[in-house]
Design a protein around this ligand. Structure first.
Ligand SMILES: NC(=O)C1=CN([C@@H]2O[C@H](COP(=O)(O)OP(=O)(O)OC[C@H]3O[C@@H](n4cnc5c(N)ncnc54)[C@H](OP(=O)(O)O)[C@@H]3O)[C@@H](O)[C@H]2O)C=CC1
Ligand SMILES: CC(=O)N[C@@H](CCC(=O)OP(=O)(O)O)C(=O)O
Length: 344
């Protein structure tokens, strides 16, 4: 049995991590951090957990890491770098769901996130944990940077085709939508019910910070040109959908791409390639760690449209974090992640 501390347990990804770990047969929860909500019973922070036997929340600096094996860090980007460095002196593994260790180049981190990285040495050995493309690096990894939710959803839809040179280098357009929990639990005017219900809007247009992260990974698989990516906020709690437009290279058809994806993901328990004509829907993966991907022909000859859905809080963050930790330990990757999507 391993003991976990969860940093940022009073936030949405922290709560999702707690929910998943409560069902994990090999992990017990030893500590929960919060900032404004420190020193509270966890059931007071999130009423759905009242009745569960869980530690009281503490400030990170008050947590005794003796006896903790793994930290799941669910802090806003740029707030957890020093705490993660300290934690690595005491625990075997840190799984970070923030953006802090995703970009491998500290100069690019500073350009995208507006502040220098305080722990650049840790970037050298960190594993970028898009699980389905990182398995061989995860066993024994000490620091895993879980991809952003948009990159997870989009890269799962794009990388097999890029890897096989099925797409031209000129066109990748990603049109994505996210549920409101993607913005975290903060009280912000633009996230109030009356501001997000009954409508949808684009944001981060032309400059969202996830585009450089996706380009970093696409480059590793051979796609060198810039992508266009626009996220939208839509009135749902959980869920994310990325609709990706690509141009097929000669000899590639939509049917061949679908076959390629089915083979590439055939051994992956959390990626489903939809049968021809079936449209993936966010409502079918809510609360599960599953990604569903559908591949369609465009009316423009030579183009394909790839639609990918995940739950931003599960495969898009905490679920993938648990999946990655399972693999660092050499365990079956599905441990603690067996839930089917909550529908209706
Ligand atoms: N939400 C999502 O869908 C996804 C989120 N992520 C990433 O996961 C991380 C957490 O996101 P999310 O759970 O949504 O965020 P929340 O805003 O819901 O939670 C943030 C957590 O961090 C704590 N915290 C905030 N500032 C500090 C600080 N300066 N020092 C210590 N603790 C602090 C908060 O404590 P308190 O509330 O008590 O003050 C809270 O526990 C972020 O980096 C986010 O980008 C990644 C993928 C998807
Ligand atoms: C709705 C909303 O605001 N979503 C967040 C993305 C989710 C997320 O948390 O991504 P990181 O882990 O990279 O921070 C955004 O667009 O910035």
């Amino acid at each position: 049995m391993k003991t976990a501390a969860i940093f940022g347990a009073s936030g949405y990804t922290g709560a999702e991590t707690v929910r998943l770990l409560l069902g994990h047969p090999e992990i017990e929860i030893g500590a929960l951090s919060a900032n404004r909500r420190a020193d509270e019973a966890y059931g007071d922070v999130f009423a759905n957990f009242s009745g569960q036997s869980l530690p009281t929340t503490q400030k990170i600096e008050d947590i005794d890491l003796t006896g903790i094996d793994v930290v799941f860090s669910c802090l806003p980007h740029s707030t957890g770098q020093a705490a993660i460095a300290t934690a690595l002196d005491h625990v075997d593994t840190v799984i970070d769901v923030s953006a802090d260790f995703r970009l491998s180049d500290p100069a690019e981190f500073e350009a995208v996130y507006g502040a220098p990285h305080s722990q650049p040495a840790l970037l050298e050995d960190r594993v970028y944990g898009l699980t389905e493309f990182a398995r061989s690096d995860l066993l024994g990894a000490r620091l895993v940077a879980c991809p952003g939710c948009f990159p997870t959803c989009s890269l799962l839809a794009l990388l097999p085709g890029v890897e096989a040179s099925a797409f031209t280098d000129s066109l990748i357009i990603i049109d994505a939508k996210t549920g409101v929990t993607g913005a975290g639990r903060k009280a912000t005017l633009g996230l109030h019910f009356s501001e997000v219900s009954d409508g949808a809007h684009a944001y981060g247009i032309g400059n969202h910070r996830h585009a450089p992260e996706m380009e970093q990974e696409l480059r590793l698989f051979g796609h060198t040109s810039a992508i266009s990516f626009t996220p939208h906020l839509v009135p749902m709690n959980r869920g994310m959908i990325a609709t990706c437009y690509v141009e097929l290279t000669e000899d590639w058809s939509v049917e061949r791409v679908r076959q390629l994806y089915a083979e590439r993901y055939s051994a992956d328990p959390f990626v489903t390639i939809m049968p021809d004509g079936e449209v993936p829907q966010t409502r079918h993966v809510r609360g599960s760690n599953e990604a569903r991907i559908g591949i369609f022909a465009d009316r423009v000859p030579g183009r394909a449209i790839i639609v990918s859905v995940i739950d931003n809080l599960t495969k898009g963050s905490s679920g993938q974090a648990v999946q990655n930790y399972n693999l660092t330990q050499g365990w079956t990757e599905t441990l603690g992640l067996g839930a089917t999507g909550l529908f209706p």
